[in-house]
Design a protein around this ligand. Structure first.
Ligand code: BGP
Length: 471
């Protein structure tokens, strides 16, 4: 691994920060996404959160209260030897409605303190600008990313944080898992469908707005500081053909392109030919402005960040058993074991995915999410022996090492997801844990929020200390 490899961990405001009414923060979409059976329909934008029963429970509102615990959490990250920490700014903490002229000083102050705390330990901050938490006011007033107005509001927010954190934050990621917009449009981009709306049309129009906003953010960042590195972020995982039947192979190529589409625009700077043909075939007509093509072309990303949890698999006949895996419908791959939540476990797929992305884009890759969501059962004395998590991470780090050392892929960092236990995005559960640090809280929201290192904590510390040699 490179000497300056960025070992660390990742979280996001929407799943760990809490403090939803502290310091003048405005409401964000995450505050109205409930736990329980209504969660999926709300995240998909087909159930209006305003119609939810009053007693609904919204786990993101308190989450693990990192707002009140960040010093303690960062001290633990430092103890593990983190070189970097990926987290997100909550847009509505800085601009509570998204429309204020001036930022909320208390919000800026919170991130000042957090960033300074990281720097105190020599931990490089990696900031996601928007991770599943569009300001709710903008959803209500403009329909969120359906509306081009969002570009200007997003850039105002970027302008403030880029200038304010210049010299302290170097790595920026525009939109977390930008392709999630296609699967969970409300969570991903604040999109709620109205009766009779053509969902595909709406989603691709919103995607266009995000893609232009992302490119304009790259432009702005580079104008403000030559030192800034700005990346896109893909929910990655190569799609395998179920068999060598050419129809399965073709189907897998099409499925891969549904995801590559976003990065093709953000990294190569233009809509790929297959996308234009697809839009035509589907009757999708995008409203674009004259300057958009130039903006996209001239402001491509500096690096490509990605999450990898599992590979996917597809068969053209649509038959056979289905499998889970982060809302990406997939055929069940008979060669792979699955996690307790039905997500396939495929370290070799990680190597394949890294190679595929590097072949396609030839830009540095930053793995900003990877990990195993599992139930942890603390013993009487509170210790958690999470060998299953260690096994998952070990095999994936081995695969990443093979991709870099044997295949020549340029990977600049690795930040396992949910380095401290937090709320699951897809299920809203606390019991789907990823962390090296156990947080005492259950799915009903009860617990002391006390933090405690798990067995994997010590294991990961020595991985970092040996730059990935001791696994
Ligand atoms: C990614 C998200 C994260 C995180 C992760 C794990 O899609 O970027 O926010 O939640 O998936 O998913 P889950 O929490 O559903 O297990």
């Amino acid at each position: 691994m490179r000497k300056d490899f960025l070992w660390g961990g990742a979280t996001a405001a929407n799943q760990c920060e809490g403090g939803w009414q502290e310091g003048g923060r405005g409401m964000a979409v995450v505050d109205v996404i409930p736990h329980g059976p209504d969660r999926m329909p709300v995240m998909k934008g087909i159930l209006d959160y305003r119609k939810l029963p009053e007693e609904s429970n919204y786990p993101g509102r308190e989450a693990i209260d990192m707002y009140g615990h960040y010093k303690e959490d960062i001290a633990l990250f430092a103890e593990m030897g983190f070189k970097c920490y990926r987290f997100s700014f909550s847009w509505s903490r800085i601009f509570p409605t998204g429309e204020e002229r001036e930022p909320n000083q208390a919000g800026i102050q919170f991130y000042d303190d957090l960033v300074n705390e990281l720097l105190k330990y020599g931990i490089e901050p990696v900031v996601t600008l928007c991770h599943f938490d569009a300001p709710l006011h903008l959803v209500e007033k403009y329909g969120s990313w359906k509306n081009r107005k969002m570009i200007e509001l997003f850039l105002k927010y970027c302008d403030v944080v880029f200038r304010h954190f210049k010299g302290r934050v170097r790595y920026w990621i525009t939109f977390n898992e930008i392709n999630m917009l296609m699967h969970l449009p409300f969570m991903g981009a604040g999109i709620r469908f109205e009766e009779g709306e053509d969902e595909q049309q709406v989603k691709y129009q919103a995607a266009h707005h995000e893609l232009v906003a992302s490119a304009m953010a790259v432009k702005l960042a580079h104008e403000i500081s030559l030192d800034f590195q700005v990346g896109c972020m893909l929910a990655a995982g190569s799609v395998y053909p179920y068999s060598c039947n050419p129809m399965d192979v073709w189907e897998s190529m099409k499925k891969d392109r549904e995801n590559y589409f976003f990065i093709d625009v953000q990294s190569r700077g233009e809509y790929p030919a297959y996308a234009w043909k697809f839009f035509k075939g589907q009757g999708i007509e995008l409203e674009m402005q004259n300057e958009d093509a130039k903006i996209l072309k001239e402001n491509t990303v500096d690096f490509i960040s990605l999450s990898y949890y599992n590979s996917r698999c597809v068969r053209a006949d649509g038959q056979g058993e289905a499998s889970g895996g982060n809302v990406f419908a997939s055929a069940k791959n008979p060669y792979l074991e699955c996690s307790q939540w039905g997500w396939p476990i495929d370290p070799m797929g990680f190597r394949i995915t890294l190679n595929a992305l590097y072949d396609r884009y030839q830009k540095p890759l930053f793995v900003v999410e990877n990990g195993l969501g599992a139930v942890d059962a603390p013993k009487e004395d509170g210790t958690v022996c999470d060998d299953y998590r260690i096994d998952y991470l070990r095999s994936h780090i081995q695969a990443m090492k093979a991709a870099t050392e044997e295949d020549g892929v340029d990977v600049i960092g690795y930040t396992p997801w949910g380095c401290v236990d937090l709320i699951s995005a897809t299920t809203g559960e606390m019991s789907k844990r990823y962390g090296f640090i156990y947080v005492d809280k259950n799915d009903d929201g009860e617990g002391t929020l006390k933090r405690r290192p798990k067995k994997s904590f010590g294991w990961y510390r020595q991985v970092i200390a040996s730059n990935g040699k001791t696994l």
